[in-house]
Design a protein around this ligand. Structure first.
Ligand SMILES: Cc1cc2nc3c(=O)[nH]c(=O)nc-3n(C[C@H](O)[C@H](O)[C@H](O)COP(=O)(O)OP(=O)(O)OC[C@H]3O[C@@H](n4cnc5c(N)ncnc54)[C@H](O)[C@@H]3O)c2cc1C
Length: 379
């Protein structure tokens, strides 16, 4: 259908949801709209990132170039990172200084590592951006002799990374001494307790040292200081203490007093992400849409998982097109239960679906099948 007025739609960030919007770019072109995807350059898939860290596959299996995806669908790709969004002027300014106008702006720029201490000491690797896992593996493969690897954080990312660092040690024959430190009394606090115990048993059986109830106060070169005063030495420290919205989104919300959706009593915490309704549109600014980790869907609190961006993607694509065409929007309701699987680096995975969990090779087979199907769709 041809719209009465062609719209200029900017997609900021090649996150999970925008890959699908980009893939469907020809629907926008057919309606006379212009679709532009802005991203620094590569999509790194977290679902396969720990397998890459463990050496099961290379970076090329985990990374895809979003430029051909959108170009093939009749859209435009701009390589760069957004530095500022101006709602009044309806523009996005890139770090390069280039300014791009929009009629509709969609945000899918993911999240960054959140930590209660500074991350600027040498040998410190925040788990996001995912590319860091590739760099850490390269550094470990290039090194020699024994190395102390400190994983800080006992959630899904920390446990999966620890398991795959142990796998990298087995693959390379390097003496990598893996310690996992967590402030929590147990691993995987939001998983069923038996699953968490299975993870703890797996990690210790494969040689990791677990330090629970051990909050890290700060990092110095080569050592983490615990709140108890004890120090844990490290050659490399991998930080998996949680995810938060990128500074761009945080400052955008703080500088846009109308945006959090206060008239509907919606959450206003900028750390939770840009508030959108179930239509994925800002309740305060109909020109702005958001999905994935950088968005907070009113009434639905969810963990930061790529799977929610994947599920939101068809609604986002449809609603961006509908908004540009002046048509009504549809609603997306995040699923209450989801499948999660943690790659254990030995051909098996620990998986859960709500309160149910299982461990074994079949779980890893299912995880790989889902992950590879996702990557194939956008290559
Ligand atoms: C080790 C690890 C393993 C994980 N495993 C899983 C898993 O198995 N399954 C799962 O569902 N979740 C997993 N997660 C969580 C998952 O990584 C995130 O929830 C997911 O990446 C969020 O996806 P997104 O679509 O919001 O954004 P992302 O996929 O992170 O994409 C954001 C994109 O925006 C770009 N961008 C960032 N800033 C800018 C800017 N200023 N301008 C332009 N572009 C920008 C980035 O370069 C990136 O391409 C894992 C996380 C970690 C750390």
């Amino acid at each position: 259908m041809r719209a009465s007025r062609p719209a200029n739609i900017l997609l900021l960030g090649a996150g999970h949801a925008h890959l699908e919007v980009a893939r469907r770019g020809c629907e926008f072109a057919a309606a006379g709209h212009s679709l532009t995807l802005i991203d620094p350059g590569a999509f790194w898939y977290s679902g396969m990132a720990t397998g890459m860290l463990g050496g099961a596959w290379g970076a090329e299996a985990d990374r895809l170039d979003p430029a051909p995806l959108i170009r093939r669908a009749g859209g435009r790709f701009v390589a760069g990172a957004a530095a500022a969004i101006d709602r009044a002027a309806k523009t996005v300014t890139l770090e390069s200084g280039e300014t791009l106008p929009y009629d509709f702006l969609s945000l899918n720029i993911g999240s960054v590592t959140a930590a209660p201490f500074a991350l600027d000491a040498p040998g410190v690797w925040p788990v996001k951006p995912i590319e860091n896992l590739y760099r850490l593996r390269a550094a470990l493969e290039a090194g020699e002799g024994a190395a102390d690897i400190l994983v800080i954080g006992g959630g899904a990312a920390g446990c999966e990374c620890a398991a795959n660092l142990l796998a990298l040690a087995r693959r390379t024959g390097r003496d990598l001494r893996v310690t996992l430190a967590s402030s929590a009394p147990r691993l995987l606090e939001d998983w069923p307790p038996d699953a968490a115990r299975a993870m703890a048993a797996f990690l210790t059986r494969h040689g990791a040292t677990l330090r629970l109830n051990a909050p890290v106060a700060d990092l110095a070169p080569g050592a983490a200081r615990l709140q108890s005063g004890e120090t844990l030495p490290f050659t490399h420290a991998l930080i998996a203490t949680g995810l938060k919205v990128p500074p761009l989104i945080e400052s955008f919300i703080l500088r846009s007093p109308g945006l959090p959706g206060r008239h509907e009593g919606l959450p206003q915490d900028p750390r939770a992400g840009l508030t959108v309704t179930e239509t994925l549109q800002s309740p305060e600014d109909p020109a702005i849409f958001a999905a994935g980790d950088c968005a907070a869907i009113a009434g639905h609190s969810r963990p930061n998982l790529g799977v929610f961006g994947v599920r939101a993607a068809p609604t986002l694509a449809r609603n961006l097109l509908a908004a540009a065409n002046g048509q009504p929007l549809r609603r997306y309701r995040p699923q209450p239960l989801w499948f999660s699987a943690l790659d254990l680096g030995n051909g098996s995975a620990l998986a859960r679906y709500g309160p149910l969990w299982a461990k074994g090779r079949a779980m890893q087979w299912l995880k790989r099948w889902l992950d590879e199907r996702f990557m194939r769709r956008y290559r």
